[in-house]
Design a protein around this ligand. Structure first.
Ligand SMILES: Cc1ncc(COP(=O)(O)O)c(C=O)c1O
Length: 558
């Protein structure tokens, strides 16, 4: 079993003798597995460390069967040509595969003892890599050794239970394993015919998912629209804008471009920067983007200001093409009033895209489904990221349209080499027409595995515990007169700062907290003031991690 190298040491343990702890067998009581989350319970059948195939001693180390470097390639394994230096034999693949899974399992077990954020200087990782690529094949062992030696010290541990920065990027056993299978299969799902199961599973799982988060019938494959997995919410915004421009122009922008000053786009001043990027990418230019003022208390878009901007632009002869409403803004999880925004969009024929990248996950719980108010009635498209807070490894953005025609109209290009009878029949979905790129991997497999292995019950437990932890943390902050909570915290993000007229004490607190290595927070500006964000949502974050963090914050201001 591989060990954490000495330069990647425990933050709370200054004794170098302890820096390489002996490898531990998987412990059902290991921290990070909250038995309250169905699907995370180590006592569950199938997670028993004594179960066949889960013995960490099996298949490890160079002495393991098939890892004898002298044995070389296994010519008996179909597909492995001994004439190609470097091919891994089947036996080597099995043995290294077990080793890699054990490496990841060990990592999850000890990630809590590592400094959360990378502590390398710029260039330090590259300086340890050879200047030139290898001429001779190297054993996979060498790659694993450098993973520990060179790469690990340069990582920030997003799966650390005290990683509270940005928004989380969840990882889970079912997602990792299913993603590994997807990689192993190496299939392409660009057309239905290139691997029918890739398309059909994706369509089906996205219909399941729409049901789980309460999206209406018209977003499902059985209605006029449907869902597709994009890599990220940024791509979802780009694609929504392309579909909106296609609809607004009757397809003309695809032929002659967007022109100058013809189309306008709207989002709140708190909308994600992906909107500005999308506006640039489609060639509209920044001047086409209107950032709508937010309410001072809620930090959500002000519909009255939106209505005014649309009216002015329409009067000036522009066509309002798209309004982006954010459900859960990146800075503070403010929730734009979609019903009011939707009514305004309808009046001007503007496309309404709802960006619920982080917060949308909460809608698996009926008590949080209010965040989707107005989506069913008004949204033309909707996106959320299971790869943030819903236990599905990056990348996985679920993107839905109420009407697939403008999307496919904007993105469908059919060269002769892709033509086939099934596509021509119109009876199948070809997802290449739903996003910028042609090739696509089998991402639905990991979402399918997550939905099956956790069930709706497990997903809800995951969300509920974080929302409860955030409420508790916010309560403690609010009760301490040295601090102030500066924005509503409807879900699992708490924004706070030190009370007082200047920003420097909060910025200094932030630097000191992160420098300690035990916790990691990021910041934003709320009403112009430096603000700390505590984003709770890690797969392995438990009540004790949040309590320890509050303790550390209090100690730091003593
Ligand atoms: C509201 C919102 N939209 C979009 C994004 C961009 O997400 P992605 O990295 O999937 O492009 C984020 C990222 O945090 C976000 O919070």
């Amino acid at each position: 079993m591989r060990q954490v190298p000495s330069d990647h040491r425990r933050v709370d343990d200054p004794n170098p003798a302890e820096l390489n702890p002996p490898p531990a067998r998987p412990d059902p009581a290991a921290p990070g597995f909250d038995p309250a989350v169905p699907g995370l319970d180590p006592a569950k059948p199938g997670l028993d460390p004594a179960a066949p195939g889960l013995d960490p001693a099996a298949g490890l180390g160079p002495a393991a069967p098939g890892l004898d470097p002298a044995a070389g390639l296994d010519p008996a394994v179909p597909g492995v040509d001994p004439a190609v230096p470097g091919h891994m034999s089947g036996a080597e693949f099995r043995a290294y595969g077990r080793q890699v899974i054990d490496w990841i399992a060990d990592y999850y077990e000890r990630v809590e003892s590592l400094p959360v954020a990378a502590r390398v200087r710029p260039g330090e990782v590259r300086a340890q890599l050879p200047a030139h690529p290898p001429e001779q094949p190297e054993p996979f062992d060498a790659v694993l050794a450098d993973l520990d030696r060179v790469i690990m010290p340069g990582l920030t541990h997003w799966q650390h239970p005290r990683f509270f920065g940005y928004f989380p990027a969840n990882s889970s056993g079912p997602a990792v394993l299913a993603d590994l299978i997807s990689t192993g299969l190496g299939v392409q799902g660009m057309l239905w015919v290139t691997s029918p199961a890739v398309t059909e599973l994706e369509t089906h799982v996205l219909d399941w998912f729409a049901e789980l988060i309460g999206l209406p019938e018209r977003f499902r494959s059985t209605g006029s629209g449907g869902g597709v997995i994009q890599d990220t919410a940024s791509t979802a915004t780009l694609v929504a804008l392309l579909a909106a421009l296609h609809r607004a122009s009757g397809g003309e922008v695809g032929r002659s471009g967007v022109g100058s000053g013809r189309y306008t786009v709207y989002g709140s001043a708190e909308a994600h920067s992906a909107l500005l990027k999308a506006v640039r990418m489609v060639g509209l230019g920044e001047t086409a983007l209107r950032l709508v003022e937010v309410d001072d208390a809620t930090l959500a878009m002000r519909p009255d200001r939106l209505a005014r901007l649309l009216a002015d632009d329409a009067a000036a002869g522009a066509t309002p093409a798209l309004v982006l409403a954010t459900v859960g803004t990146t800075s503070t999880t403010a929730i734009d009033p979609v019903p009011e925004i939707g009514a305004i969009c309808r009046q001007y024929g503007a496309w309404l895209h709802v960006d619920a990248a982080y917060a949308g996950a909460a809608a698996v719980c009926p008590e949080f489904r209010w965040i989707h108010a107005g989506v069913a009635e008004f949204a033309d498209s909707y996106a959320m990221n299971p790869h943030k807070w819903l236990l599905t490894n990056f990348d996985c953005d679920t993107f839905y349209v109420a009407d697939r025609a403008p999307l496919v109209g904007a993105l469908s290009v059919l060269p002769e080499f892709l033509r086939n009878a099934d596509s021509d029949s119109g009876a199948v979905i070809d997802y290449r027409d739903w996003h910028p790129q042609l090739g696509r991997r089998f991402r639905a497999l990991k979402l399918w595995a997550v939905l099956r292995c956790y069930g709706a019950e497990g997903l809800r437990a995951h969300i509920r515990r974080h929302v409860a932890l955030a409420a508790e943390f916010a309560g403690r902050v609010a009760a301490d007169p040295r601090f102030e909570v500066v924005a509503p915290h409807p879900l699992s993000l708490v924004c706070f700062r030190l009370a007082g007229p200047t920003d420097e004490p909060t910025a200094d607190l932030h630097r000191r907290l992160n420098a300690g290595g035990r916790i990691f927070l990021t910041h934003t500006r709320v009403r112009g003031r430096y603000t700390l964000r505590l984003a709770i949502g890690g797969t392995r974050t438990e009540a004790r991690h949040v309590a320890e963090t509050w303790q550390a914050i209090q100690q730091a201001v003593q």
